[in-house]
Design a protein around this ligand. Structure first.
Ligand code: SF4
Ligand code: SF4
Length: 135
């Protein structure tokens, strides 16, 4: 979701990453404004864009996903070969903002494991789920 097509940002480089952020999250939130942007990009109605590209997840509208060789499942808009976003200029707001911080934890993890495994090409295939614990 980061700036895969741009210059490296701070301490991570999206062009040197298999796009964990586009793969590990079940929910990539889509706002009405995002849907308008998607509809314009594809030259279709907002209703068609909503039906074709989004679905409900609990009470939230999110992007649809598809099978992915690397992570099992990923955003429907990822290019499986380049790991780039096929709708870069029309991507949702959350994709533009991620990861907000100067570091990307997924990128750090990948670098860490590449050092640990002594293999500059290895990719740690991670999954993430969220659970709330009572304090
Ligand atoms: S829309 Fe693009 S940037 Fe956002 S999750 Fe999907 S592939 Fe990644
Ligand atoms: S996981 Fe981090 S480094 Fe990788 S594409 Fe996403 S924002 Fe960029």
């Amino acid at each position: 979701m980061g700036d895969r097509n741009g210059k490296p940002k701070s301490f991570y480089d999206c062009t040197d990453c298999p796009a964990f952020c586009c793969s590990v999250y079940d929910r990539v939130q889509v706002t009405p404004r995002d849907i308008r942007r998607l509809a314009k990009h594809f030259g279709i109605t907002e209703e068609a864009a909503t039906a074709r590209f989004t679905k409900m997840y609990a009470k939230e509208r999110v992007l649809r996903r598809k099978r992915d060789e690397l992570f099992g499942v990923a955003c429907k808009f990822i290019n499986p070969e380049t790991r780039g976003c096929t709708i870069y200029h029309a991507r949702p707001a959350v994709c533009r903002e991620f990861p907000i911080t100067k570091r990307c934890a997924y990128y750090d993890l990948m670098k860490f494991e590449r050092e640990q495994q002594d293999d500059p090409n290895t990719i740690p295939v991670v999954k993430i789920t969220f659970k709330e614990i009572k304090k």
